[in-house]
Design a protein around this ligand. Structure first.
Ligand SMILES: [Zn+2]
Length: 201
């Protein structure tokens, strides 16, 4: 069951294990018609349960709620089974989707969980206006999405599931990044090695 203490704990793990920096990302869970959201500019190292801000399914966002509070409410409105939403800035998840294309994991587990991870291109200047509806629409059908150059939004029936999707995507993205790097290094070495054979003496 989601509690305010659990939300704080998961939010701190996002920071502790490298999915966020000290003050990035945000998180929420739904308890009937109340949505508890991290406050604006929350520090994951010092956040406490009493700091969480109550928002309502009707769209009323509490004072000092996260910049993304409206987005959180919209996700719960459009996906009635969602009970938790985590937003994070996993470096590999962001890096591997910088091309703006949907991401298809190459490893076994990633393929199993996410045959396709939708990537949204939302201009930064229009982010606060457009992101709530665009992200909520995607999270009706998918458990996770990435906004290009920004970060990851994962929802689930529990905090644990939203956390699992976040961690799994970052792991798959890391494997893809490493694979591309190794392939690129091999290509460079083979080009150098070929040119050394053909270079005139
Ligand atoms: Zn963010």
């Amino acid at each position: 069951m989601c509690t305010k203490e659990k939300l704080v704990e998961y939010y701190s793990w996002l920071r502790k294990y490298g999915y966020n920096d000290s003050h990035s990302g945000n998180a929420s869970f739904r308890d009937q018609n109340t949505i508890w959201v991290t406050p604006s500019g929350a520090c994951a190292d010092t956040l406490q349960a009493k700091d969480l801000v109550a928002c309502s399914m009707e769209g009323l966002t509490g004072e000092n709620a996260s910049f993304d509070a409206r987005l959180h409410v919209e996700v719960y409105k459009q996906n009635p089974s969602a009970r938790a939403l985590l937003h994070s800035h996993g470096p590999h998840s962001i890096a591997v989707t910088m091309n703006g294309k949907d991401f298809a994991p190459e490893d076994f587990e990633g393929k199993l969980y996410f045959p396709k991870v939708p990537v949204l291109n939302i201009p930064f200047a229009e982010y606060s206006e457009k992101s709530p509806d665009l992200i909520a629409r995607i999270l009706r059908e998918h458990c996770i999405t990435v906004t290009r150059g920004h970060g990851v939004y994962a929802c689930g029936k529990s905090l644990d599931l939203a956390y699992k999707w976040t961690c799994s995507l970052e792991h798959s993205a890391k494997i893809s990044c490493l694979g591309r790097q190794i392939n690129s290094n091999n290509h460079v070495s083979s080009t150098i090695s070929k040119s050394s054979f053909t270079a005139p003496h």
